[in-house]
Design a protein around this ligand. Sequence first.
Ligand code: ZN
Length: 302
Amino acid sequence: MSDPHLKTPIAGLHHVTAISGPAQENLDYYTKILKTRLIKKTVNFDAPDMYHLYYGAQDARPGSVMTFFNREARGQGQAGTGAAQAFAYAVAPDDLPKWHEALGGTRSTRFGAQVLSVTDPHGQAFELIADTEAGPWGVFHSVTLWVADPVPTAAILTEVFGYALHGEERSTGGRRLRYTLPGDASGRVVDLWVADTPVKARPGPGTIHHVAFRARDAAHQAALRENLLARGENVTEVKDRQYFKAIYFREPGGVLFEIATDGPGFDVDEPMAALGTGLKLPPQYEHDRAQIEARLPVLRAE
Ligand code: ZN
């Protein structure tokens, strides 16, 4: 369904943020096994006693950025309705067997494409999806949102963000509705998963905290914010996240959505060639750097 007022479709996925277990194990898996690049080592801006590690494609482009709030305590969340269930990378079809061998997991077919479903060491589900148009390694294909009723979530996707229904597919345990953006934006696919037997999501390691969509700039973000407010969505003020500006709202299906700008970018506080090498703190925490560093575990890059 198209909305005549829709002038500013979203530009794809920007980043996905999940909760992991201990930072060192998370770092080892995402850099050594999955071979994404550590592009930022910082702390949770709302809880600076915890690392916030960012991984992405080599060029750290929006639409490739997977981030984790790294909890040192053991524990496990539960994926379920009202949260994103999995993120997925696009992979050249010929590379899928190599990844299957490296990562394990199970193969299936989804909307005609080969899918490798994997679980990381802390229980986070993710996928590699064969895509003939896959770009460099580490760029998102899609994200799957687990909802009880797809209709209100689909309304946000189609009427505010500019997605269109691509199709619906039945598989074991539920049905999947696929929404796509026109063009070739990174992460231009959102799937809604409607399980036959709903399970309520419980936050914790192995679960996705929020999904960030991409606004080209502040004006684009402001227009999207106005559209959401006009529909009665409870959207935050613009927050400065150092590498981008962000607004947040909980979509009607319960998933926390963010809309993040491309700028200023991940090279605002360290050069592109050195991304991820130093512990970066936002200005409000710099004066506490010594105490913050003392509370964080030492991470080995190699
Ligand atoms: Zn975010």
